[in-house]
Design a protein around this ligand. Structure first.
Ligand code: SF4
Ligand code: SF4
Length: 362
């Protein structure tokens, strides 16, 4: 007896697919499923987070609707995956933020931007960034919210790993971590078994994968820009703002462009998705997080372009408000999908190692 209808449906499909096994070459979900004869909640959450929602198994399946078996793995796993985000949220009292997530993220972002604008928007531009907000205040405030987000995400990862470790216990090792890094960096399982993502129907394309890449690498470059700027500040004593050819600006500009192009592509892909494999119940959460990334990039690039004008304090306040709310909502929105999917890929790589070593049976 499962806790939710989504888990019950996923278990039903696992039974059908485990008898059929036609899709075992499409992605990691099917080989991982074949290692199990029964599925508890942790296993289903692991498999759901391993799914990249490429849609291939729906279009390849002879039992998909209107067949009476009504096999629709992308939709069933999307529902389980979304429920798993709330199930593993830390602290548990904030689980409710996953319900009506788009609204929750929008309200928190609006409050955060309004707060920063109220506190900083009217300051004179002449003192530069740190005349608007002292560096130490900025570092402590954003450092604290970032550390909180890391702790909350770590607690979720720990719960997911423990939960999925009951039937097949594994311990991560460096080789599994490295394999997962390669699989995540290349979005290996978003290609429908090699032909592309079936986002818009039965014709596979690479557009959704490209948008994912632009978003993920844009985010990484922006993070690198902030890290390099921190090193400049504390190790070299060089304060922002930096010239256009300085490393933090180059990294931030490239990352910002990726974070504009990628999220726009993801939003277009979301609204073009074939309704047969779409998950409309989670549209608010998906759009909310993507819109936050886009807002972070647009406000950051706007600040870069107009930092030498009288509008700088207001632009800085809006950008800081957006980034603050992005950090604050990271453990309670779609951001967790990247973290949990990576954890699932580590687990998958470890299970393959153990299978090849004869430590578990296929
Ligand atoms: S999705 Fe359909 S074709 Fe693929 S393994 Fe399951 S039942 Fe078989
Ligand atoms: S939607 Fe794609 S990634 Fe998900 S189970 Fe089907 S083939 Fe695998």
């Amino acid at each position: 007896m499962y806790r939710t209808e989504a888990l019950t449906e996923a278990d039903r499909l696992m039974t059908v697919c485990n008898s059929c096994r036609y899709c075992e070459g499409l992605c990691a979900v099917f080989p991982a499923m074949e290692l199990r004869r029964s599925f508890d909640e942790g296993d289903l959450n692991y498999l759901a987070n391993l799914c990249h929602s490429c849609g291939a198994c729906y279009y390849d399946c002879q039992f998909s609707p209107p067949h009476a078996f009504a096999v629709n793995m992308p939709v069933a796993l999307a529902a389980v995956r979304a429920d798993s985000y709330a199930a593993y949220a830390w602290p548990g009292a904030l689980r409710g933020l996953f319900a009506r997530n788009g609204l929750a993220v929008a309200v928190l972002a609006a409050l955060s931007v309004a707060g920063f604008l109220f506190a900083l928007g009217g300051k004179p531009a002449a003192g530069g960034f740190y005349g608007v907000m002292a560096h130490n205040t900025m570092a402590w405030l954003f450092g604290a919210v970032f550390v909180y987000a890391l702790v909350a995400l770590w607690m979720g990862v720990r719960a997911l790993w423990r939960d999925s470790n009951r039937l097949i216990p594994v311990t991560a090792n460096p080789a599994a971590l490295w394999q997962a890094v390669k699989d995540a960096a290349s979005l290996r399982y978003l290609d429908g078994g090699g032909v592309g993502c079936y986002n818009e129907g039965d014709q596979p394309r690479d557009r959704r994968a490209h948008s994912h890449h632009a978003t993920a690498y844009g985010f990484a470059l922006c993070f690198a820009a902030t890290s390099v700027a921190t090193l400049y500040h504390y190790l070299l004593g060089r304060e922002a703002p930096y010239l256009w050819y300085d490393l933090p600006v180059l990294l931030g500009t490239a990352g910002g462009i990726g974070l504009v192009v990628g999220p726009i592509g993801l939003l277009v892909a979301k609204f073009r998705r074939d309704p047969a494999v779409a998950d409309p119940a989670r549209l608010g959460m998906d759009v909310g997080f993507t819109a936050m990334l886009l807002a972070t990039a647009v406000t950051g690039l706007g600040l870069l372009v107009w930092r030498g004008t009288g509008a700088m304090p207001a632009l800085l306040a809006v950008h800081l408000g957006v980034v603050f709310s992005l950090f604050l909502t990271m453990p309670y929105g779609k951001f967790v999908h990247g973290i949990y999917r990576f954890v699932a890929l580590v687990r998958y790589a470890r299970e393959r190692q153990m299978l090849e070593a004869g430590e578990i049976e296929g």
